[in-house]
Write a new protein. Structure first.
Length: 74
């Protein structure tokens, strides 16, 4: 089946939650990471980072509070 489907219908906008190594972030962000080894980024469907938060649960809550549908990226 090769039928196009609009995944953003009904106002459900998908965002992606991804674990990020603090060591891979700019130095100014590393300095504010509070000793954490990982943070979690929320990205839109175009790949643009929307937020960077301390833990996975917070990333999902943040997305849902903004009427977004979070999906984990492995």
């Amino acid at each position: 089946m090769n039928t196009p489907f609009d995944f953003n219908q009904d106002g459900h906008r998908i965002v992606y939650v991804k674990e990020v190594d603090v060591a891979d972030l700019p130095e100014e962000v590393q300095a504010e990471a509070g000793g954490r080894e990982h943070l979690y980024a929320v990205h839109d469907s175009e790949g643009q980072q929307l937020a960077l938060v301390a833990d996975r649960h917070m990333a999902f809550v943040l997305a849902r509070q903004n009427d977004l549908a979070p999906v984990a990226v492995h």
